[in-house]
Design a protein around this ligand. Structure first.
Ligand code: GDP
Length: 460
């Protein structure tokens, strides 16, 4: 990481051609540099006003005409002085403007460096930084909403509130240590016990919300399995509403897995069509089947498709049912081909599973199937209405730190139960505080920051 004192610059719009391109400049020299390019008098420039000017190279040559937007720190994205120069959206013109900015004294920004500065200057906490990433990467309505919620700082605020309560007690316990000889208790044990119980419950809820948060943000990995020829590929196509996977009447043709993303009810589903599961001697097919089992293990949700029109349940079905149950993922039984009739055996397979009857070919039951997919994966839409007041943990980083916090809180409670010296309780409280502080970024290291920002693009 280069110095945080440098003035940095980058093209903030995506590469390629477009209506406009924006060159973002941040740091102490940002205004000077921009004024030089736009032949503006710095003393007369006002923050948050737009100036339409020719953009000039140091030689005096006109590069383009553009719009200069000035922001005065701390009222800017990064918290520093910022200028955004919009020029015509050509790759070459934006590049030349950037070069001119660099020549005038800025350096090229690193990945995510603008947002990193926003964090360093207290403009946002780390959960909000992750919100920015989620917004930029959002591929579905649900992902975008979750990103915006993070960006608004809900998660960070709630965690900081918890931290403040814990800090008070940790302080009192540590004070007791200073008076160890006198055997005093500054921190009421009853209150502390009550607080630990309450905080643990909150953190546990936060930890649990990751299952849903991850699915909302990254999509629901949904694997379609079943014996050959039951209509798995047809079902995938019906969900995608296009002919992508190969459909044939010869059993066992989907040898590889096919993966497609589709938005259903605002939620992104990553659908994986797999090789038909049956005993086989064909080596290629065996490889495909192996892959299928691996997919089942990774799945958030498994759709077991059966052909409800055939006389008898195929022998493989119960075996698949057991394997899916062992894998522990969410599941749904899809009884297909109801346009050809529905046999009684379909009512007794996969007992206890949610089920739906469809005709992938004719489209019957598909709406019900889609409703069930969303409900099983992320909860019913009407239940999701109240979600603003719920916890929503969306990244593995947040989740792992909160699991550590939960464990430390549990240990802290144990030290109280077993009447250990306050030293031990204080230690566990500090552990919990650090873990929670990591989520918000109140406690952080360069390593943590590097890991977060390596996913960002340059200019963000
Ligand atoms: P897969 O091997 O499980 O992927 O099955 P396919 O999707 O390739 O379908 C096998 C055969 O069943 C094809 O001839 C499909 O047209 C047919 N099929 C799929 N779904 C239905 C359905 O809902 N009704 C009827 N009648 N045929 C279907």
């Amino acid at each position: 990481m280069k110095s945080v004192e440098d003035t940095i610059a980058a093209i903030a719009t995506p590469p390629g051609t477009g209506g406009i391109a924006v060159i973002r400049v941040s740091g102490a020299d940002a205004w000077d540099i921009a004024c030089r390019l736009g032949l503006l008098q710095k003393e007369r420039v006002e923050a948050r006003r737009l100036y339409v000017r020719r953009i000039r190279a140091r030689s005096g040559e006109v590069l383009d005409e553009g719009v200069f937007a000035f922001f005065k720190g701390p009222e800017s994205y990064t918290g520093e002085d910022v200028v955004e120069i919009s020029c015509h959206g050509g790759r070459l013109v934006a590049q030349r403007v950037l070069e001119e900015v660099i020549h005038a004294g800025a350096r090229v920004a690193e990945k995510g460096e603008f947002t990193r500065r926003a964090f360093l200057h207290g403009k946002m906490d780390l959960t909000q930084v992750e919100g920015v990433e989620a917004i930029v990467e959002a591929e579905s309505e649900a992902a975008l909403r979750a990103g915006l919620r993070l960006y608004e700082g809900t998660l960070g605020r709630r965690l900081r509130a918890i931290r403040e309560e814990l800090v008070r007690f940790a302080g009192l316990l540590e004070l007791e240590l200073d008076f160890a000889e006198e055997d005093v208790e500054f921190a009421s044990r009853d209150e502390l016990r009550e607080l630990l119980g309450r905080v643990q419950e909150e953190v546990r809820r936060a930890v649990r919300s990751y299952r849903k948060g991850k699915r909302l943000v990254s999509g629901v990995r949904t694997v379609i399995v079943g014996p050959p020829n039951v209509g798995k590929s047809s079902l995938l196509n019906a969900l995608l509403e296009e002919d992508r996977a190969l459909v044939t009447e010869v059993p066992g043709t989907t040898r590889d897995t096919v993966e497609e993303a589709v938005e259903i009810g605002g939620v992104l589903f990553r659908l994986v069509d797999t090789a038909g599961l049956r005993e086989t001697a064909d080596r290629v097919e065996i490889l495909g089947i192996d892959r299928t089992w691996r997919e089942v293990e990774k799945a958030d949700l498994v759709l077991l498709v059966v052909d409800g029109s055939v006389e008898q349940a195929s022998g493989e079905i119960e075996k698949i049912v057991r394997s899916v149950e062992d894998a522990g993922s969410d599941r749904l039984l899809v009884v297909n081909k109801i346009d050809r009739g529905l046999r009684d055996w379909t009512r007794s397979v996969a007992r206890g599973w949610p089920r739906v009857e469809v005709s992938a070919l004719r489209g019957e039951g598909m709406e019900k199937l889609e409703e069930l997919l969303v409900e099983i994966a992320v909860g019913r839409a009407d239940e999701r209405q109240g979600e603003e007041s719920e916890w929503l943990v969306t990244t593995a980083r947040q989740y792992e730190a909160l699991v550590r916090a939960e464990e430390a809180l549990k240990r802290a409670e144990k030290t109280l139960e077993s009447g250990l010296s306050s030293e031990f309780t204080a230690f566990e409280l500090r552990e919990a505080l650090d873990a929670i502080g990591e989520v918000t970024g109140d406690v952080t290291t360069d390593e943590i920051l590097d890991r977060i920002f390596e996913n960002f693009c340059i200019g963000k």
